[in-house]
Design a protein around this ligand. Structure first.
Ligand code: HEM
Length: 451
C-alpha cells in the first residue's frame, strides 16, 4: 500500500514555513490540491490531513484504539497534569466514564443561574460603554465572563473573591505564556523551559499559585458549606465503579485545571466570533432579539426556554461552522493504519480539521458566506454527511462540555441581542489567528447601542 501524496516541502523544514504563515489556510490548500488524505512534513514529523467526511468518521471511530494523544499534546503536561485531556488508554476511559455524567444535558442545567448571574454582572460595564459611545473588545470581555462562570461551576457559587482573584491571576499568566512554553518544549528538548528566564519563572510561579489555591480548596471540602452542584464536590465524592477508590487530591486538582482551561477560552472565542459575524448581519441581530423578546418576555432564560431559541441556535451553529474555535484535532498513530487506501505509518500524525470540512466546497454551497439558514429545518431534509460539521469533535473523545457550552452561548447571545445593537468599529482587518484556539486577531472591537 502506498503512502499518501502531498507537497515535498523544504529540506529539513518540510512545510513549516507555510504552516507558520497561515495554518488553516495551508490545510485548505493542501486538501484542494492533494485530495482526501494528504501528507506533509512539519520538520521531521510526517503529518496527514484527512478531509473526507467518511474518513474523518473512520478516524474518530478508531480513536483510542489505533490513535492516541502523543508527544505534542503531552507537552502541555506541566499544566494539565494527568487530566482527561491528556490521558490515554484505560486510565482515560475510566476517567471519562467517571466524569461524563456531570456534563450530560440535564445535569448541566443546574448551572444556568450561574451563567445568567455572570451575564447580569457584566451588563453595567457594557451599559456604561454604550452610554459613552466607547467601543468594547469582546475577546477579553467574553474571557472574563466565561472565567467567572467556570470558576463557580468548578468551585461553587460562594467561592471567595480572594480565591477567584488568585486563580484568575494565575490562569491569566499561564494563558499569556502557554504558547511560548509549548514552542520552547519543541526546541532543544525543552531545555529553555528549565532555564530560569524571567518568563519561565513567571510561568512556574503561576502554576505553583494555581496548585496551592486549588489544593487548599480540595482540603477544605467536607468542612460544610460546600456547593453540592460544584464539580469539586462531585470529584471529591466520586468513586471508581470497579475498585470503589476515591480520586487522589492531585488527580482532582489536575481534572479541575483541565476543565477550567478547556472550558474558558473555547467558549469565549466562540462568543467573540459570533458577535463579530453579527456586526455585519443587523437583520439576524433583529431576528434574534425578536425571538428573545417573545420567548423570554423580559426575564432571564429558564432551562425550558433554550430549546425554543431556534433562530439564535442557527446563528451560533453558522458561526461555529465558519470559525470553529477548535480548528484541528490531532492524534498520533499507535500502529500502521489504512485510511482511504493509503498507508499511514505508526507514530505519524493524523489531523481532522473542522475548519477544512466546514468550508469544503463539495459539501457547502458558497462556503465562506454567513448563512444561518443552512441549519434551518428545511435544510435538514437533504442532510449532509455526518462529519462535514463537527465543532465539538467526534468519537469517544467528543467534547464532554458541549451541552454546557451551548447553554452558555444561547443564554449570552440571546440576552445580548435583546439589549443591544452591535456596530463594527473601523480598524485593522480581522483575521483568524491559530494558537491553541482560532482567535479573532487583533480582537473584536464593537460599539454597542441600547435597543
Ligand atoms: C464552544 C466551546 C467549545 C468547543 C468548540 C469545544 C471543542 C472541543 C473539541 C473539538 C474537543 C475534542 C478535542 C480532541 O478530540 O482532541 C473538546 C474536548 C474537550 N472539551 Fe471542549 N469545547 C468547548 C467547550 C468546552 C467546555 C465548556 C468544557 C468544560 C467545562 C470543555 C471540556 C472539554 C474537555 C475536558 C475535553 C477533552 C475530552 C477528552 O479528551 O476526553 N469544552 N472540546
Amino acid at each position: 500500500m502506498n503512502t499518501a501524496p502531498g507537497p515535498r516541502g523544504w529540506p529539513l523544514l518540510g512545510s513549516l514555513p507555510d504552516l507558520a504563515r497561515d495554518l488553516p489556510g495551508f490545510w485548505i490548500d493542501l486538501a484542494s490540491r492533494h485530495g482526501t488524505v494528504a501528507a506533509f512534513r512539519s520538520g521531521v514529523e510526517t503529518c496527514h490531513l484527512v478531509s473526507d467526511p467518511a474518513l474523518v468518521g473512520d478516524f474518530f471511530q478508531h480513536d483510542t484504539q489505533s490513535y492516541y494523544k502523543g508527544k505534542h499534546t503531552q507537552r502541555l503536561a506541566s499544566v494539565l497534569g494527568e487530566g482527561l485531556a491528556l490521558l490515554n488508554g484505560p486510565p482515560w476511559q475510566q476517567r471519562r466514564q467517571l466524569l461524563q455524567p456531570a456534563f450530560d444535558r440535564r445535569p448541566v442545567s443546574r448551572w444556568l443561574d450561574i451563567v445568567t448571574a455572570a451575564f447580569e454582572s457584566q451588563v453595567p460595564v457594557w451599559d456604561e460603554a454604550a452610554a459613552r459611545g466607547r467601543p468594547v473588545e469582546m475577546v477579553n470581555d467574553m474571557l472574563r465572563l466565561t472565567q467567572a462562570i467556570i470558576v463557580r461551576i468548578l468551585f461553587g457559587r460562594s467561592v471567595q473573591h480572594q480565591v477567584t482573584t488568585s486563580i484568575l491571576g494565575a490562569v491569566d499568566t499561564l494563558n499569556r505564556n502557554m504558547l511560548r512554553h509549548l514552542l520552547r518544549e519543541m526546541v532543544l528538548g525543552g531545555w529553555l523551559n528549565r532555564w530560569p528566564l524571567p518568563s519561565t519563572r513567571r510561568f512556574h510561579a503561576a502554576l505553583a499559585t494555581l496548585h496551592a489555591t486549588i489544593d487548599g480548596l480540595i482540603a477544605g471540602q467536607g468542612e460544610g458549606n460546600q456547593d453540592e452542584d460544584a464539580l469539586i464536590t462531585f470529584l471529591s465524592n466520586a468513586r471508581d465503579e470497579q475498585t470503589g477508590a476515591r480520586l487522589a487530591s492531585a488527580q482532582i486538582r489536575d481534572e479541575l485545571i483541565n476543565f477550567f482551561l478547556a472550558g474558558q477560552e473555547t467558549t469565549a472565542v466562540a462568543l467573540a466570533w459570533i458577535i463579530h459575524h453579527l456586526t455585519t448581519q443587523p437583520d439576524w441581530v433583529d431576528r434574534i432579539a425578536a425571538e428573545a423578546d417573545s420567548v423570554l418576555s423580559g426575564r432571564a432564560p429558564l432551562i425550558g426556554d433554550l430549546s425554543r431559541l431556534t433562530i439564535t441556535h442557527r446563528v451560533i451553529n453558522e458561526a461555529l461552522r465558519l470559525t470553529p474555535p477548535v480548528y484541528g484535532i490531532g492524534r498520533r498513530t499507535l500502529i500502521d493504519v489504512e485510511l482511504g487506501g493509503w498507508r499511514i505509518p505508526a507514530e505519524s500524525v493524523v489531523i481532522a480539521s473542522p475548519y477544512v470540512l466546514h468550508r469544503h466546497p463539495a459539501y457547502w454551497e458558497a462556503p465562506t458566506r454567513f448563512d444561518p439558514d443552512r441549519f434551518s429545518p428545511s435544510h435538514r431534509l437533504s442532510p449532509r454527511p455526518r462529519y462535514t460539521y463537527f465543532p465539538f469533535g467526534g468519537g469517544p473523545r467528543r467534547c464532554p462540555g458541549r451541552h454546557l457550552a451551548m447553554m452558555e452561548l444561547l443564554t449570552i447571545i440571546a440576552q445580548l441581542a435583546r439589549r443591544y445593537r452591535f456596530h463594527g468599529v473601523p480598524g485593522p482587518r480581522l483575521v483568524p489567528q491559530s494558537g491553541i484556539t482560532l482567535r479573532p486577531h487583533p480582537g473584536v472591537l464593537v460599539r454597542l447601542s441600547p435597543r
